[in-house]
Design a protein around this ligand. Structure first.
Ligand code: RAM
Length: 516
């Protein structure tokens, strides 16, 4: 179901002091020059059939109308591309007219953008049309791309000349400093590869903020940021980036103080007019997780009041029966699974966040809030058990619906505990019914629930099965949405707009490091 929120005359509440602090924390971007490692020619426009070419030959290879050249940069990168072109034959008497297509994966390379009719903007598809008026020429593309492959299609030259691609390079950008990373090995090639791929995914999303994906949406979402911050704390340790993102969320909010689901951070910082029930609460969790790593007093002082507001607001959406009202539960994200009933999971996110809130309040010496949230947590949990948990079947049912997300969040929020929780999580291992998980984001919380139950071997198997299958499908970085049984699945109505380097999928790098 599309997630589109448009609030007429929306004016976010900006706090100049907090935004100034975020500005001071703007990170340095590390850059590297990367050149293609190989090249090939796609035999047909949208087919994966290809003819390899040797890079040494490339400089002298003439291209003419209708031909294409695909450059392979060896792995997923994020940066700005420059190319040098020359010609063969008579002096060019007409511009060279080119189409550039940047693709994160081979599958994306052979997709036809004209066939995309989904609900998310096709503007995200990384394609450009370029005229070269003077040849030889040096072309620098100012736009930043996320890609491994660059396909250049020669739409036209003229009968008098052919085009030569003399040189191509990408100047990469990331705020992750690889030199800070200690070498890690799990003594197992597959796990090492999964960990490295997770770290590359995170690094390529670490720009001036934690972007959800450097291809799309290229912005800061709370749900993604929380997971990125966890992985970063266990790897690159750019703690100022986490702090900056927390300040950005705090610095531009809904007029009533709610933390927006995402923030635009271009020239001006501006909260998006999208609010998601669970995402606002992840601000609370992420703040507590950041403080437990840093003990940063300034951040605690500045941001605790905002975290408190989020919890108070969410509690105000619960009825006297201790249940979150249905319209508020529907405002939660949870996962892209079509038709998912979110009542149980959303309530559990709140129960879980109240625990983070209690720890924050204790850090601040706010014993009144700590006591209130402890008792609210118990009240909401009791109501949730009564309403959603079927003890005789050991299942959580949300408005008549069984879903993996409801079970996972029920375990994370201690609705189901001990042996029951273990049994419930074990029963999900082979689950293949409706309302399963659609994204690595949901699979992350599934892993956390397994680990909470002490099911370490099962969590490891799942990492190998799920994240391993992305690698087996050719991933250099982990994808936004992935179903091993349906590789073309997309929440947007077309895989061409899926992001194949998506921050919320990088967490095995953290889980392996922390638990194994
Ligand atoms: C998409 C992005 C982002 C996610 C939101 C809810 O637009 O994939 O990562 O957080 O949805």
């Amino acid at each position: 179901m599309p997630l589109i929120s448009i609030i007429p005359n929306f004016h976010p509440k900006n706090d100049a002091r907090l935004l100034e602090r975020a500005e001071q924390l703007r990170p340095v971007l590390y850059r590297q020059i990367v050149q293609p490692e190989g090249g090939f020619i796609l035999k047909e426009r949208y087919s994966p059939d290809r003819e390899e070419i040797r890079l040494q030959q490339l400089r002298e290879l003439p291209f003419t109308k209708g031909q294409n050249l695909c450059l392979d940069f060896g792995t997923h990168i994020v940066g700005r591309v420059s190319l040098d072109f020359a010609f063969k034959g008579s002096h060019p008497d007409a511009p060279a007219f080119l189409k550039f297509k940047f693709a994160e994966t081979l599958d994306e390379l052979s997709e036809n953008s004209a066939e995309y009719h989904g609900w998310i903007s096709s503007g995200w598809i990384q394609e450009e049309y370029v005229h070269l008026d003077e040849i030889p020429t040096h072309l620098h593309l100012e736009r930043r791309y996320a890609f491994r492959y660059l396909k250049i299609t020669v739409l036209d030259t003229s009968p008098k000349y052919q085009l030569l691609v003399r040189h191509a390079e990408c100047r990469t950008e990331s705020s992750a400093d690889w030199r800070r990373l200690e070498k890690r090995s799990y003594g197992d090639a597959e796990l090492d590869r999964i960990s490295e791929t997770g770290l590359r995914t995170l690094a390529n999303c670490m720009q001036e903020v934690y972007e959800d994906g450097p291809k799309r949406d290229r912005r800061l979402w709370t749900g993604d940021m929380r997971l990125q911050a966890l992985v970063n704390a266990s790897s690159f340790r750019n703690m100022d980036l986490t702090k900056r993102c927390l300040y950005l969320f705090a610095g531009s909010r809904f007029p009533d103080g709610r933390v927006a689901a995402c923030v635009f951070t271009g020239k001006h910082t501006e909260a998006d007019d999208t609010w998601l029930f669970d995402y606002a609460l992840f601000f609370v969790d992420a703040l507590e997780e950041y403080l437990s790593e840093t003990g940063d007093d300034e951040a605690l002082r500045d941001l605790y009041p905002i975290a408190r507001e989020q919890l108070q607001y969410s509690l105000s959406l619960c009825g006297d029966d201790g249940l979150l009202k249905s319209e508020s539960a529907a405002d939660a994200f949870i996962d892209w699974t079509e038709g998912l009933d979110k009542a149980a999971a959303a309530q559990c996110v709140l129960i879980d966040s109240l625990g983070y809130g209690v720890r924050l309040a204790e850090r601040c010496g706010d014993s009144v809030s700590a006591a209130r949230w402890r008792s609210e947590q118990a009240r909401l949990r009791k109501a949730a058990v009564k309403s959603f948990y079927r003890a005789e079947e050991n299942k959580v049912i949300s408005n008549g619906q069984f879903s993996v997300a409801s079970q996972v969040w029920a375990v994370l929020a201690d609705l189901v505990e001990g042996e029951q929780a273990v049994e419930l999580m074990r029963s999900l291992a082979d689950y293949d019914g409706p309302y399963g998980m659609m994204t690595p984001y949901a699979h992350h919380y599934y892993l956390m629930a397994l680990l909470k139950c002490g099911l370490k071997a099962e969590a490891l198997d799942h990492i190998r099965y799920y994240w391993g299958s992305m690698i087996r499908a050719g991933a250099d970085t982990f994808f936004e949405a992935w179903d091993p049984k349906d590789p073309k699945a997309s929440p947007y109505g077309g895989a061409i707009v899926n992001s194949c380097c998506h921050a919320w999928s990088c967490t095995p790098a953290y889980i392996l490091y922390k638990y194994y």
